[in-house]
Design a binder for this molecule. Structure first.
Ligand SMILES: [Zn+2]
Length: 267
């Protein structure tokens, strides 16, 4: 009797589990919400805490600062196509007046992590933990179709031409990353943004904390395609020179948005 009851219970919980999974998959597939995460955070005294150009010779860019100013253009491109776009950041509102104004214009939601450099656990999938996980918690609360982590790369404290830019993605995000790379390569990489004729690629990342891997893993566990943009290298003088011109930075941000829209329309 007990055995039958236990078997029935196990069967029921398996069924409920797979129902829940199907529901999550459907949710990601039919959602019209895209969440953007501004990489890193703004420290009240030290400023943006992301990668930066080695010096000012070829322009002066810091990752966090850049995306506070330009995430709005990614958002505009996505919203012009009829989707909803939300922007978040792991820290608090910058105390720099210009960046705060840009954040308000873009409607940035600050998750106000108590320790922005601290390692936090995923609220939805507690087996995953990473610095900046609070942004992913916010993103997954929105039941999104896609999450895009806005970053730039850097591989050196000195100027060095590097052409290995890529969209890093989870398994669910291979198509999203592939579409974003295709649009980026058609419109900008080697067509304005010099890259020695090397196209930007895609890299599937499921290696845990390293490079935000667990943000991607947590999204993957919710069946949400997710991508970290690491196309431009701030230590590459050609990339820095290109992105330090306002109109080029706008075009770069819009091309990211266009890649997301092309993916969403092709789902
Ligand atoms: Zn970064």
């Amino acid at each position: 009797m007990n055995k039958i009851f236990l078997t029935l219970l196990a069967g029921l919980s398996l069924m409920l589990g797979s129902c829940y999974q199907l529901q999550m998959q459907r949710q990601a597939r039919t959602s019209n919400v895209v969440v953007l995460d501004i990489g890193h955070y703004y420290h009240p005294e030290r400023g943006g805490q992301g990668a930066r150009t080695p010096d000012t010779r070829y322009g002066h860019i810091e990752e966090t600062d850049f995306w506070y100013r330009y995430a709005i253009y990614v958002k505009q491109e996505i919203e012009a196509a009829g989707y909803q776009c939300l922007i978040c950041n792991r820290g608090g509102m910058p105390n720099n007046a210009k960046l705060a104004a840009a954040a308000r214009r873009a409607g940035v939601h600050h998750v106000n992590s108590e320790v922005p450099t601290g390692v936090y656990r995923s609220k939805h999938h507690p087996e995953y933990m990473a610095v900046g996980m609070n942004s992913t918690n916010y993103a997954l609360d929105q039941k999104p179709a896609a999450v895009v982590y806005l970053h730039h790369n850097s591989n050196s404290h000195n100027w060095l031409v590097c052409n290995k830019g890529a969209f890093y993605c989870n398994k669910r995000g291979v198509k999203l990353a592939g579409t974003m790379a295709k649009v980026m390569n058609t419109e900008l990489v080697n067509h304005g943004l010099p890259n020695n004729d090397v196209p930007c690629g895609i890299v599937v990342r499921d290696d845990g904390r390293k490079g935000g891997g667990d943000w991607l893993n947590a999204c993957n566990a919710s069946y949400v395609p997710a991508v970290i943009t690491e196309v431009a290298y701030l230590s590459n003088p050609e990339h820095a020179q290109f992105l330090s011109k306002h109109e080029n930075a706008v075009k770069y941000a819009k091309t990211i948005g266009k890649g997301v829209v092309t993916y969403l329309r092709g789902r």
